[in-house]
Ligand binder design. Structure first.
Ligand SMILES: NC(=O)c1ccc[n+]([C@@H]2O[C@H](COP(=O)([O-])OP(=O)(O)OC[C@H]3O[C@@H](n4cnc5c(N)ncnc54)[C@H](OP(=O)(O)O)[C@@H]3O)[C@@H](O)[C@H]2O)c1
Length: 263
């Protein structure tokens, strides 16, 4: 299937590692022009170099912290100055720590509201004027399956991320007439650096090998395994393409069947 993503301008935040990087690699391989951001400059430059090797598109890296409104504005301005348009925005960042409600501080609620919801609101607000003018756009959020089924020990995600569902639906209603489609991808466990780090901590706590912890993560879904980042990437490529032209306002879980409810 030709997704016709060549020369599209794609802005992806939180893309120096993990799913963000895998998604950026997917767009780079389709010869899109890709702008990536993250906070750690060295890792970001490495990712930019890797992505460029495998693409005829232009791959640019810009250091930015999506917790900062001014960084978000300058990231979007940088992209518009260079390309004159933004076709696809993918909002992603790091996730909150694993905690139960009683252990979360007031500062943490503020911080992760900012990181996992407000940053998506601000990024959307910054790209919407350009997308409206173009009469074409895709805004894609990367959240979590926690919006469909709360995850034990991840209370911040369970509470903050459902706001992304409301944002998705509201924006899709407002922007449909401009041919700007808005969707939210909600993964279950995916084999990324973050998950490996979480598994290492748990392995130490339980005195078992890291692989055994990863296997346990996989056993909570009917496929019996966690996802490879590539499986998440392909969904983003499809949703960003013209082939997904009638899909908007959806929060789609991609979780190997983890969610037990019927919707
Ligand atoms: N992996 C999973 O199983 C899974 C499942 C469901 C949902 N999620 C969620 O999906 C998102 C991505 O997960 P992941 O596993 O790919 O994470 P990851 O491996 O930790 O990668 C996160 C990326 O975001 C960047 N980042 C973090 N904070 C940022 C900030 N404030 N501003 C700009 N960039 C920032 C990181 O670079 P810097 O640190 O250099 O900034 C890195 O490039 C997270 O929100 C996570 O909670 C993950």
């Amino acid at each position: 299937m030709d997704l016709k993503l060549k020369n599209k301008v794609v802005l992806i935040t939180g893309a120096s590692r993990g799913m963000g990087k895998a998604i950026a690699q997917g767009f780079a391989a389709e010869d899109a022009n890709v702008v990536i951001c993250a906070r750690n400059a060295e890792r970001l430059q490495q990712a930019q170099a890797e992505l460029s090797k495998n693409s005829d598109g232009e791959i640019l890296a810009r250091q930015a912290d999506v917790e900062s409104l001014s960084d978000i504005r300058s990231l979007v301005e940088f992209t518009l100055d260079r390309f004159g348009r933004i076709d696809v925005l993918i909002c992603n960042s790091g996730g909150p720590p694993a905690k139960y409600f009683v252990d979360v501080t007031d500062e943490e609620w503020q911080r992760y509201f900012n990181l996992n919801l407000l940053s998506f609101i601000r990024l959307s607000g910054a790209v919407i004027p350009a997308m409206k003018k173009q009469k074409w756009g895709r805004i894609l959020f990367l959240s979590s399956v926690s919006v469909k089924q709360p995850i034990d020990n991840l209370v911040i995600s369970n509470v903050v991320r459902p706001g992304v569902v409301g944002l998705t639906k509201s924006l899709s209603n407002e922007l449909g007439k401009y041919n700007v489609l808005v969707n939210n991808v909600c993964p279950g466990y995916v084999r990324t650096d973050r998950v490996l780090e979480l598994a290492e901590v748990q392995a130490k706590q339980e005195g078992i090998p890291v692989d055994a912890v990863i296997e346990k993560y996989g056993q909570n879904n009917p496929l019996g395994r966690i996802a490879d980042p590539r499986e998440i990437t392909d969904l983003f490529l499809f949703l960003a393409s013209e082939r997904a032209s009638y899909i908007t306002g959806v929060s789609l879980h991609i979780d190997g069947g983890f969610v037990k409810g019927v919707f």
